[in-house]
Design a binder for this molecule. Structure first.
Ligand code: FO1
Length: 309
């Protein structure tokens, strides 16, 4: 499954409730990664891990529940601008990842160690072991993704997106193999431009997914023309895409044969079919684990051609 942050993590929780976690691989976006205070922070990897471990803070959707912020308090005491909030427990993850990377471990290896540290059974792969960082152009100048997303609260219009380092990136070990051998490939309900986009931009990943088009199903992160969380709807509009389920179909039709959309978007079914994807209409707003599990089953059945028992 191709995954970004919060939406993907919510869906994965449902998926792991209905199939064997050992049969699931999450290929996760790492272009949100940021180096801060000398630490390597991987927000989407950590959001997926913490959510599946049942340790994520439900209100924020990122970081850990029962978190404390004493280290940030010390930074503020010293006048540091401290705009990116690193909780005291969360810092332990970044300290560990940074230490292991400095020892020469790959991001894949460190991710496996962190996932094991939370006793998770699914496989979590970064899209690449190389440093790739999303840069966005706002008011004519290029800034880092977290600068846009957090410091600016993504309240500014984006005129362009670039994935710095993508040209020299290669898929992380196992990524292309899993895409080649999976029974079903799910494109998670994440931001198509800056969460799914970077994964597909890693050389060879897009073509590997396109080869499996019959077995690829995507879930629209846009419901009723809006994103459930984050700036996906505005970014799509700002970058001349239609911020609707049909607009998502336009982005994904070369990659997948089915698009799962919420009941409120049933009226887009004909347009989605005309774009070349089979619409699957169901509840996609995962307010409860039961909805997430039902969504996972509908998603798998949209393209699963194994003889289902
Ligand atoms: N998002 C915020 O809106 N404010 C923060 O201070 C913040 C800190 C943070 C720290 C660690 C982490 O893993 C995620 C964090 N996020 C924060 C969320 C992050 O910006 C998003 O998860 C993604 O990068 C977008 O999917």
């Amino acid at each position: 499954m191709l995954a970004g942050g919060v939406g993907a993590a919510r869906f994965l929780r449902g998926l792991l409730g209905v199939i064997d976690p050992r049969s699931v691989t999450a290929i996760v976006n790492t272009a949100d990664d940021i180096e801060l205070y000398g630490l390597h922070v991987s927000p989407d990897l950590d959001t997926v891990t913490y959510t599946l471990a049942g340790a994520v803070d439900g209100a924020r959707g990122w970081g850990l529940v029962d978190e404390t912020w004493s280290a940030m308090g010390m930074l503020q005491r010293y006048g540091d601008d401290a705009w990116f909030n690193l909780g005291d427990q969360d810092l332990g993850t970044h300290l560990y990842r940074t230490k292991r990377l400095a020892q020469g471990a790959t991001l894949s290896e460190v991710t496996a160690e962190i996932v094991a540290g939370w006793d998770l059974e699914l496989e979590v792969l970064p899209m690449t072991d190389h440093l790739v960082q999303t840069r966005v152009v706002v008011d004519g100048s290029e800034i880092g993704f977290q600068d846009y997303f957090v410091k600016h609260q993504h309240n500014v219009a984006v005129s362009d997106i670039r994935f710095d380092g993508i040209e020299s990136a290669s898929a992380a070990p196992g990524v292309l193999e899993r895409i080649g051998e999976a029974d079903v490939i799910v494109i998670a309900p994440s931001n198509p431009l800056v969460s799914i986009g970077p994964i597909l931009a890693v050389p060879a990943i897009r073509s590997a997914v396109e080869k499996r088009r019959r077995d690829v199903v995507a879930i629209s992160p846009i419901v009723g023309g809006a994103a459930l969380k984050g700036p996906a709807d505005r970014m799509m509009t700002e970058l001349d895409h239609d911020s609707s389920a049909a607009g998502v179909a336009t982005l994904y039709t070369s990659l997948g044969s089915a698009l799962v959309v919420d009941r409120v978007d049933a009226r887009h079914a004909a347009a989605i079919r005309a774009i070349g994807m089979e619409p699957v209409i169901t509840d996609t707003v995962m307010d409860t684990i039961e909805i997430a599990e039902a969504l996972a089953l509908s998603t798998l059945h949209a393209v699963d051609r194994r003889t289902t028992p």
